[in-house]
Design a protein around this ligand. Structure first.
Ligand code: HEC
Ligand code: HEC
Ligand code: HEC
Ligand code: HEC
Length: 256
């Protein structure tokens, strides 16, 4: 008797838990509806409140209680201008490529860096409501402008800085430059300039030391493509299918 009631109770709890998640997700599908925490669902019968499930798969937010996690999730979604399913597939503890990127950015950029004036870095500072902030910069449009040579560096520091760039990104000079014309503008020169002013120029590490290209790039031009997961799909698409579960680490790295 008691056992049967207990099982029934557990089933009801499970149903509420999964309903709670879909409610949150459903709310997120409607950008006009401010997401209501699922916890405000009146508990079905019984009268006693069913706590929503505690997060099971936290790595960078370890120790954070569910309400804080949910508040942060709404902040991240707004900062990137996306819905929950940009990063998540149900259930929300499943890992996805974009969850890995978000973890990296939270740990290394937001928690690991600050502005030079000591204020905190947030996702919004770089993303400004865009999932792909680099794509909305007028990098190629600026190509129409005549070549303008040095805009940031002084002539005497060019040699040393260029050596550092090639090392930090693991590339040759012609990754950014047109052969034979270093002064000519290219889209990658423009991205490099943007990173010089917006990232290494404005941010410092949590301990106050300088942020260099290498702190984020670590020898790779496309650091996100080097993370230990399949390369992300085009941004408009839904979560990419997880490839037929090859054991971790055995997958050949996809070239960007
Ligand atoms: C930019 C990517 C991103 C977006 C957008 C996002 N999440 Fe998350 N979410 C994550 C990551 C990463 C974690 C794991 C954090 C960690 O490892 O500590 C997570 C964890 C969670 C968890 C805990 C899962 C568990 O059991 O471990 C829940 C619940 C959750 N998110 C719900 C949401 C909801 C609801 C939204 C929309 C309001 C949302 N998320 C939007 C990246 C995202
Ligand atoms: C210092 C700047 C910076 C900060 C801070 C930052 N990001 Fe990013 N993020 C980037 C850049 C640059 C890209 C690559 C954009 C592109 O390719 O246009 C990116 C890409 C991403 C992507 C991959 C998008 C895709 O198409 O798959 C995710 C997810 C992401 N960021 C999540 C976050 C989250 C969550 C935070 C806050 C915890 C955050 N980022 C903070 C700079 C930043
Ligand atoms: C990651 C991209 C990147 C790489 C790799 C790179 N450069 Fe540059 N280079 C730039 C940018 C950006 C500028 C312009 C800096 C400015 O506006 O102050 C520049 C400027 C220069 C200039 C000055 C051109 C002028 O207008 O007078 C020279 C010379 C130069 N680079 C040589 C090199 C050499 C040699 C290498 C290889 C060792 C190299 N660069 C690798 C991005 C790069
Ligand atoms: C706060 C982290 C961060 C710092 C610091 C940083 N970058 Fe980046 N950079 C990124 C991210 C993230 C991307 C997008 C990579 C991806 O899509 O895999 C990127 C992309 C680039 C690209 C475009 C590569 C391509 O082929 O599309 C260039 C060029 C570049 N960075 C140069 C630099 C240079 C030069 C510096 C130092 C002055 C620098 N970055 C500093 C995070 C950073």
């Amino acid at each position: 008797m008691i056992k049967a009631r207990l099982i029934k109770l557990l089933i009801v709890a499970g149903l509420i838990a999964s309903a709670a998640f879909s409610v949150v997700q459903a709310n997120q599908q409607q950008p006009q509806n401010p997401a209501q925490p699922a916890a405000q669902q009146p508990p079905a019968g019984g009268g006693q409140q069913q706590p929503p499930p505690e997060p099971k798969n936290l790595i960078v937010l370890k120790g954070m209680a569910r309400p804080q996690v949910m508040a942060l999730m709404r902040e991240w979604s707004a900062a990137l201008g996306v819905e929950c399913n940009f990063c998540h597939q149900s259930p929300s503890d499943t890992d996805t490529p974009r969850k890995h990127v978000a973890r990296l950015m939270h740990r290394d950029y937001v928690a690991g860096m600050k502005h030079k004036d000591n204020s905190a870095v947030s996702c919004k500072d770089c993303h400004q409501g865009q999932p792909n902030p680099l794509r909305v910069q007028p990098f190629t449009a600026a190509l129409a402008k005549p070549a303008s040579g040095l805009q940031i560096l002084k002539q005497e520091e060019v040699g040393q800085v260029m050596q550092a760039f090639t090392k930090a990104l693991g590339v040759r000079c012609d990754y950014c430059h047109t052969q034979g014309d270093f002064a000519a503008e290219t889209p990658r020169k423009q991205i490099a300039r943007f990173m010089m002013t917006e990232f290494s120029g404005k941010l410092v590490k949590a301990d106050g030391s300088n942020v260099s290209c290498n702190d984020c790039h670590q020898g790779h031009a496309l650091p996100l493509a080097r993370l230990p997961f399949p390369r992300r799909q085009a941004p408009a698409q839904q979560q990419p299918q997880a490839p037929a579960q090859a054991p971790a680490g055995t997958q050949p790295e996809k070239k960007p």
